[in-house]
Write a protein that binds this ligand. Structure first.
Ligand code: FMN
Length: 358
């Protein structure tokens, strides 16, 4: 078997190298990072899930000013209605953390998470972005058809063969197979059978999905350099999606205290937790997680837990206190580099892969 770096997804997405930047919501994959990855020959992805529609449009315009290369925008395909059950109990616990940070207690009113998914999507259609990617599920049929007729490629992240088949049958162009090593939220569609996400390792997941679907598979989870890229291609993936590796890139929006914690972390530092958002995600273990876990309380469901912890995470960021931020990261953090531009990360990854393959 001969492994080529230029795979079908390079043609499908009109990119030089089969390397996707993960869309990372929360201001991490900035327009500058997206444009830098795309300009270097990969596919930059704007993590737009928590962005207001007008801010998404601005970011898309900024990306287009910085590069002519294709890029993607990532959204969460998930119901965001709030459930008010147990909110009071959870706020009492969170108020203890608010006391530590010296910020006001929560007001006693219903939690309201804004739902602007359809307006976000409308911006992506109006702007005719080259690629839309989603986590937690895929777009409903009418939106998929609209994307197809506008020539927009659709990518969905999956964590099992079953989800991969559903995404393929729905008409997605490609899938990201997310292994348990991955940083951030588990893409698992339905948590009923897997409360903490499916969590199949990348090495086991990718070839099993590759064997079951015809559409291209992009491997994600723990891939940090050219060795990971070649390994993913050897498993039958047509490319990789990297999140954690770009967290310390110069152009990323990662908070300085978060970057420092990442650089000090190891393969032992992360845990799977629902405490920040109500959906399982991998991040560096810190004071917030330990304090919550000690309470023995179950977090609220997504997105309500995410909404009620936002003021705490924002205050922690203002105070440069990494102990109370959500520090999403994968298991490959010893392989992080500090102060590199995204272009250098792409070039080094490609060169290392070519050296292995030559
Ligand atoms: C900080 C961070 C934020 C993330 N946010 C998103 C997101 O908004 N949407 C999404 O589809 N995936 C998100 N992910 C998951 C990535 O798509 C991808 O599965 C993961 O980064 C791959 O593993 P790695 O971090 O080991 O490279 C995020 C990952 C990280 C590290």
């Amino acid at each position: 078997m001969s492994i080529q770096l230029e795979t079908d997804i390079c043609r499908m997405f009109n990119i030089r190298y089969p390397i996707f930047l993960a869309g990372m919501a929360g201001g991490i994959s900035t327009a500058k990072l997206v444009a830098a990855v795309s300009d270097a020959g990969g596919l930059g992805t704007l993590g737009a899930a928590y962005m207001e529609p007008a801010a998404i449009r601005e970011a898309i315009q900024e990306i287009r000013q910085l590069t002519n290369a294709p890029f993607a925008v990532n959204l969460f395909a998930i119901d965001v209605s709030d459930n008010q059950t147990r909110v009071k109990e959870v706020q009492i616990e969170l108020n203890q953390i608010r006391d530590v940070l010296g910020i006001p207690h929560a007001a006693e009113e219903p939690v309201v998470t804004p739902d602007f998914f359809e307006q976000q999507l409308a911006v992506l259609f109006e702007e005719r972005v080259p690629v839309i990617s989603t986590a937690f599920g895929f777009l409903k049929e009418s939106f998929l058809q609209q994307a197809q007729s506008a020539g927009i490629r659709i990518v969905t992240m999956v964590t099992t063969v079953r989800e991969a088949l559903l995404a393929e049958q729905a008409g997605c162009d490609a899938i990201v197979a997310q292994g348990s090593e991955a940083g951030g939220h588990r893409g698992t569609f339905d948590l009923a059978n897997h409360p903490m996400g499916a969590n199949v390792g990348t090495l086991a997941l990718v070839p099993q999905i590759v064997d079951c679907v015809k559409i291209p598979v992009i491997a994600a989870g723990g891939i940090m350099d050219g060795r990971g890229l070649v390994a993913a291609l050897a498993l039958g993936a047509q490319g990789v999606q990297m999140g954690t590796r770009f967290l310390t890139a110069v152009e990323s929006g990662t908070h300085a205290a978060y970057k420092q914690t990442l650089m000090e972390s190891t393969e032992e530092s992360t845990v799977l937790t629902k405490v920040f958002s109500g959906r399982p995600a991998r991040g560096i273990n810190n004071g917030f997680i330990r304090q919550w876990d000690a309470s023995g309380l179950d977090p609220l469901l997504f997105p309500t837990q995410n909404t009620v912890t936002r003021d705490i995470r924002n205050a922690a960021a203002r105070q440069r206190n990494a102990d109370y931020m959500s520090l999403w990261a994968g298991q490959g953090t010893r392989l992080l580099t500090s102060g590199q531009q995204a272009e250098t990360i792409i070039k080094e990854t490609v060169q290392q892969a070519l050296n292995i393959l030559s």
